[in-house]
Write a protein of this length. Structure first.
Length: 136
């Protein structure tokens, strides 16, 4: 593995942990939990959506392509570039989730989301669904 990739991954992890710790310091435990678990929650969501028979094959292929892209060590914009490096990943996640939501509806995402409600609400708002507060 290239040294720059290890440095970039370490820097990204350090920044992520810094955000979580800063939320803890200012007394926002639920916010810290939501942020700390957001990426793992997204992984679980994608896995569950890929296994759900209500998600169409083209949307599953799109989800699988997204997971593969996120797992690859290179991106359209390298992750070692602050903010912009992570922004391309976020944009792709939002576009794919928006596509899945159009086909399956927010209820399916709500059903499979393993994390806290505030994270789900944010995810649905970003993906063009509802705010997560109503039933689907």
């Amino acid at each position: 593995m290239p040294e720059w990739l290890l440095i970039a991954a370490g820097g990204g992890l350090a920044l992520y942990l810094l955000f979580v710790l800063s939320l803890l310091v200012v007394g926002r435990r639920s916010g810290a939990r939501a942020l700390a678990g957001f990426v793992p929650d997204c992984v679980v969501l994608f896995k569950r959506l890929l296994g759900d028979e209500r998600v169409t094959r083209p949307r599953k292929l799109l989800l699988a392509a997204l997971v593969a892209y996120l797992a690859l060590p290179f991106d359209l914009v390298p992750d070692f570039i602050p903010v912009a490096g992570q922004l391309d990943d976020v944009i792709l996640v939002v576009v794919v989730l928006r596509t899945v939501l159009r086909g399956a509806g927010p209820g399916l995402v709500r059903e499979h989301w393993p994390g806290p409600a505030p994270s789900l609400s944010l995810m649905l708002r970003l993906a063009g669904g509802d705010d997560g507060s109503s039933d689907a």
